[in-house]
Every structure is written in C-alpha cells, then in structure tokens.
Design a protein around this ligand. Structure first.
Ligand SMILES: Cc1cc2nc3c(=O)[nH]c(=O)nc-3n(C[C@H](O)[C@H](O)[C@H](O)COP(=O)(O)OP(=O)(O)OC[C@H]3O[C@@H](n4cnc5c(N)ncnc54)[C@H](O)[C@@H]3O)c2cc1C
Ligand code: HEM
Length: 398
C-alpha cells in the first residue's frame, strides 16, 4: 500500500512526464540495451526502431502516474501487459533491471526535478506496480503449467504441415515433440514462438494468433511474410516440415466471449484474419444459432488467404454470411465469386445487417483499418464494450 505522500509526489510529476513524452522511454531503452545487451534477445528490436514499444511503455507509465490513486482503472491494461509479458517469459528478477533504468532515466533527463524525495516516491510506486505484474504473471505461468496439456517456459513443437494460404501467408501446424496433449485457449489468443537459430542475429520472441479452434492436439498459426521481417522471413524461408520450434503457451486478452444467441461480426484486414478464423471455427463447430458475419478486406485474389475454406463454410452454414473486399482486384479475380466489392472495406451498405441488438464485433488488421472500423461502429451507437480489437504489435488505443 503506497503512502498518501508518495502518491502525491508521483502525481506531481505528471506534467514532467508529459513534457518529456516518449523521449523518456526512448532514453530508458537506449540505456537499458547499452548496459544489459542480453535483453536484445528478449525485446523485439523492430518495435524499438518504429518507436511503437517506447510509445506503449510511455502510455503505461503516464497512465499509472495519473491513476496511481485509483489503480482499478488500470486493470485492463495490467492484464494485457501481463499476458504479453508471459509470452516473452519475463521473470521477476528482471523487474529490478527495468526499475533501475527507469529511475536512472528520470535522474538523467530531469536532474533538477529528480530530488531524492521524487526518486524515492517513484521507487516505491514502481515497486508496487512491479509486484502486481509479478503476481499476475506467476498466476498465468502456474495456470498454464497446471492445466491439461499445459506447460511452463518453452516446449518443443514439431512442424507437421507447412501450407501456403496465399501469396504472402503460410500456415504452420505445430504438434508437441513429446507427443502429449496441448492446453486449450480462447479463440482470439495467440501463440508465442521463441526463435533460436544461428541464422538469426538475436533470439526472437514473436506472437502469432491461433487460427483454428482448440482441439487439444496441435496448434495452427499463419504467418505473413513481412518485407525485411526477421521472424516471418525465417519462418517462410528456413522452417520446414519436421523442424522443431520452441513454443510458449498461448496468451492474450483478446478473445471471444459470447453465448450461442449472440450475433457475432468478425472483421479483418489482411493477415488480421487469423484470430477471426479461430473464432469462426469455434462458432461453427459449436452450432452457434445467431447470425455470424465474416467481413474481410485484402489486396487481391493472390493475397486472399483461406478463401476456399471460408467459402466452404459459408455453403455449409446458413447462419454465416460473408463479404469480401479486394482493394485492387487483378484481371483474373472474379467479382461475386472471389470477392464482393472492390476498394477498401465500406461498412455502410451492411449497416442494417450487422447492427443487431447485443452483437459483438471482433476486429483485427492494420491500425488505420481498425480505426476506421471503430469509428464507423461507434458512430452507429455501438457501445465500447461490444467492440474488441487486437493490435499485431505493441498495443495502441484506437
Ligand atoms: C498479438 C499478436 C498477434 C499476431 N498475430 C500474427 C499473425 O497471426 N500472423 C502474422 O503474420 N503476424 C502476427 N503478428 C505479428 C508478428 O508477431 C510479427 O510482428 C510479424 O511476423 C513481423 O515480424 P518479423 O520479425 O517478420 O518482422 P520484424 O523484423 O519485426 O520487422 C517488422 C517490420 O519492421 C521493419 N523493420 C524492422 N527493423 C527495422 C530497421 N531497423 N530499419 C528499418 N525497418 C525495420 C521490417 O522491414 C518489417 O517491415 C502478431 C503480433 C501480435 C502482437
Ligand atoms: C512495471 C514495469 C513494466 C511496465 C509498466 C511494462 C509495460 C509494458 C507495456 C505497456 C508493454 C506493451 C504491451 C502491449 O503490447 O500491449 C510491454 C511489453 C513488453 N515488456 Fe514490459 N513492462 C514492465 C516491465 C517489464 C520487464 C521487467 C521486462 C523484462 C525485461 C519487460 C519486457 C517486455 C517485453 C519483452 C515486451 C514486449 C516488447 C515488444 O513487443 O517489443 N517489461 N511492457
């Protein structure tokens, strides 16, 4: 429990934090990687390069300082971060390293404001937050370990299938090398790979949404080749059927939570279709009675992953409706058969169909795509608690 004076001092530093903005967390990461270069094997360095991770950390630190007297406001963010951390196998002793660099950053960037009293208050506040994360993360590790098919840390999985799903997306079916069962997950959650290879400059952790419903035996992920992408190129070019990969248990706070009577609208852009496919798989296998909409936008037919699979499901399930947009169809792409409309996803014409009382909306894709979806649905009066989205990278609020 933090003392009132500590809370007051931390809150008084909010203007200082705001003026420093992401310079604070950029400085923090620079000094941490300088003094603890082993953490380059933990963090995703491209998220440092793009500034997305410094931005996510800054948003979290600022939100904490602002709400330190009302931590309940932070519970959603704490859960998301803890879920993310467990996918990187973050350990309690690493909190001291991060805490040290955070305090040193404050001293270095604001030497005048960083009085012993301020540093002490931040040390207390950081310790309290670290304890919350450490506690929740241990809970997640223990739950993963104790459930049927569960484990802690990494487990070896063998690539059973490597299947081209489109020009850019290839799926991988992974089964445990020990032949045992695999722990269940909630559709929407992701699998965490720990890639270790002489071919990589650093060990890499990457998240890939599970793209088929849980079956207790194996997991399927689908990976888009990113231009210049370290892990996705490795998966596409190096990893073959029969190879072994290190896998951490599924995690994530984005998942479907509906009853059979809930109308569900799944909206995806590009490779953002992966978590939606697991959700669809689950809904159809559980005989969901309410309508389900599969709305997907991609570049063209060559990049349209899982096309025949989704079309077959539509034929088989009367409550499933699909609508597909190709941004720029190719000559060989057949309107009405391969896709329904050209251009970007435009929800206007579907408003009556998808605006159903009590519906839940799950969306994933590039951030501008998700921002468009959120703005449209919110503009139609759909409540925030019916809208759920996943960012394929450090979290950003839409
Ligand atoms: C919850 C979650 C779920 C996800 N699910 C999926 C999924 O189902 N399928 C999927 O394909 N992906 C998914 N992702 C994204 C995935 O985890 C990886 O981020 C993605 O595969 C890219 O990784 P990479 O190593 O190939 O690219 P990175 O090496 O991380 O690079 C990403 C981009 O940044 C550029 N870049 C990196 N460093 C530099 C630099 N120094 N200078 C210039 N440019 C640079 C690269 O060229 C590339 O375009 C998910 C992410 C999250 C967080
Ligand atoms: C109180 C302390 C901490 C806070 C407030 C914090 C905050 C965050 C936030 C906001 C994210 C982004 C989450 C998202 O994408 O949704 C994140 C990711 C991450 N954190 Fe922490 N974190 C803390 C401690 C640590 C520690 C001790 C480590 C271990 C070295 C660590 C390692 C990571 C890693 C590896 C990621 C993923 C980075 C990426 O995707 O590039 N964090 N953290």
């Amino acid at each position: 429990m933090l003392e009132a004076r500590t809370i007051e001092i931390v809150k008084s530093t909010v203007p200082l934090l705001e003026s420093a903005n992401t310079a604070l967390t950029e400085h923090f990461y620079q000094r941490m990687f300088r003094d603890n270069p082993e953490l380059k094997d933990v963090f995703n360095l491209s998220h440092q390069h793009t500034g997305r991770q410094p931005a996510a950390l800054f948003a979290a630190v600022l939100a904490y300082a602002k709400n330190i007297d009302n931590p309940a406001v932070l519970s959603t963010a704490v859960e998301r971060i803890a879920q993310k951390h467990t996918g990187f196998s973050i350990q309690p002793e690493q909190y001291a390293i991060v805490g040290h660099h955070l305090l040193e950053t404050i001293k270095e960037l604001a030497p005048d404001a960083a009085t012993p009293e301020v540093i002490d208050a931040w040390a207390q506040a950081y310790g309290a937050l670290a304890d919350i994360f450490i506690g929740r993360e241990e809970q997640i590790y223990a739950e993963n370990e104790n459930r049927i098919g569960g484990w802690r840390g990494t487990r070896n999985f063998v690539v059973k299938e490597k299947q081209v799903e489109s020009e850019l997306i290839t799926s991988f079916l992974l089964a445990p090398a020990d032949g045992g069962p695999v722990v269940g997950f909630k559709p929407g959650q992701y699998l965490n790979l720990h890639l270790v290879s002489d071919q990589l400059a650093h060990n890499e952790y990457r998240q890939y949404s599970l793209c088929q419903a849980p079956n207790g035996e194996n997991y399927r992920i689908a990976v888009k080749r990113e231009q210049g992408g370290v892990a996705s190129s490795f998966m596409h070019d190096q990893v073959q059927v029969g190879d072994t990969l290190q896998v951490l248990p599924p995690s994530g706070d984005f998942f479907m939570d509906v009853t059979p009577q809930t109308p569900v609208v799944l909206l995806s852009g590009g490779v953002g279709l992966t978590p939606m496919r697991a959700m669809l798989d689950q809904l159809l296998s559980q005989n969901h009675t309410a309508p389900v909409y599969w709305l997907h936008a991609c570049e063209n037919g060559a990049q349209h992953a899982f096309k025949t699979d989704i079309q077959a499901r539509r034929q088989a399930h009367a409550n499933l409706e699909t609508h597909v947009w190709y941004r720029q169809p190719q000559e060989t792409d057949r309107p009405a058969e391969d896709y329904d409309a050209s251009g970007l996803m435009d929800l206007g014409k579907l408003r009556d169909a998808i605006c159903q009382p009590g519906a839940h909306y799950y969306f994933c894709g590039p951030v501008p795509f998700m921002a468009m979806v959120k703005e449209t649905l919110s503009g139609w009066g759909i409540a925030d608690d019916q809208l759920h989205y996943e960012v394929f990278g450090p979290h950003q609020s839409l």
